[in-house]
Structure formats: C-alpha cells, structure tokens
Design a protein around this ligand. Sequence first.
Ligand code: NI
Length: 182
Amino acid sequence: MSLLPIVEVPDPILRASSAPVERVDDELKGLVQSMFETMYDAPGIGLAAVQVGVPRRLLIIDLQEPESDAEDAPPVRRPHVFINPEILHSSDARKSYNEGCLSIPDQYAEIERPDVVRARWTDLDGRQQEGEFDGLMSVCLQHEVDHLNGILFIDYLSRLKRDIIVRKVVKSRKDRAKAAVL
Ligand code: NI
C-alpha cells in the first residue's frame, strides 16, 4: 500500500501542462496502482498524475457507482486508466454538474460542460482505445483532462469566486495544521 500526497491549490505544479507518457512500463504501472490506492483512500472518483506531483498525461477514473438503486447496494469498483487522452469531439449540448476536486478539498461548484465527448487514449496494455462518454463519466474525463492542461474547475468561475475558494482552502489547511500541534 502506498498512498501518495495529493497536491492542493495554490501549488503551481497544478498549473503545469503535463508531458506525454512515452512508455507503458512497470514504473508507470506502479504509479497507476499507487494512484488508485490514493484515490480510493481520499476518497475521490478521478485523479490526474499531476495531482500527485507527476506532470505526465495520465489519469484514472472509477465512479464507484452502486450495482443497483437499492439504498444499501455497495459501490462497485470499475477502474479506468487513460494514458495520453485526447478529446476528439465534444457535443454542442451542455450539462451542468456539481463538481469538486481532490486538489481543492471541500469546495464545490456547478460547472457547465459539453454533455457527450468522444476520446482517444492508450490503455495500460499500451493499446490505443477510442470511446464515447456521457453523464458523470464524461464530466469526470473532461475535468481530469483539464488537469493535464493545468486547468482547474474553478477556472470556469468568476475571478472573485475563484479567489474566495482558494483562500478558503488555504485557510482550512492552516487551521488543520494548527489543530495538529495543540
Ligand atoms: Ni480535480
């Protein structure tokens, strides 16, 4: 088990444009494994490598949705790995969703994005894949691809709202650090 520290705003690495992954090797597979452990522990449903301080074009998603609508239905893990993902097409139709981000803890905002996207990526076996996504999977993929380009969901808000959110995150981190020494 190896949990990786998650980078939070306003760390400048979150603004970096991630570099392409050149080889799917054991080192990359190890990173993917640690990223899943970190994401499940957080807990979150998506994580880009840059959020654990590795500015490479790699992201993981697991919506962990329950098998059925029953209230006590346990979440089911369906891990997805996207290496060098590219959005090929975005629908004109848009939809808004209440988004959060592990790098911006406890802050949420309604963000509007294209409803359906078509994407191409490399999988963990080094094979090229293509697929179309809608619903939460589409939102999550777009949010994570943004991370690879140094874009955060708060960038879709007004500058004022964005600054308020970043200030709140910094303040609550300071409060946490203070609480730990008392
Ligand atoms: Ni995020």
